[in-house]
Write a protein of this length. Sequence first.
Length: 102
Amino acid sequence: MNTIEPKIVEPETKTATNVDTAMDINVLYFASLADEAGRQQEIVSVVQSTSLSELYDQLRQKHGFSRPQAELRVAVNDYFAKWTEQIHDGDSVVFITPVAGG
């Protein structure tokens, strides 16, 4: 009977998420999304394969956003992006609500 356990190399301060696949994304909220989230910004940890669409779905569940993805635009690092694009560690993501005016 073998009772040797593999050693964990990562520091004890890390979460249960695999360090190699986790990344931190800075998310900015404006208008109704900021109101519903109760904040204007937050750092979110997600896995590397997360798309912008998946990120919004996760945040919509977390904060109860009333706007569907189809009503929003998304920008990554100050450039408009497609919802299917993947995000990278350290990216800054902004979900943009429709603007009315005259």
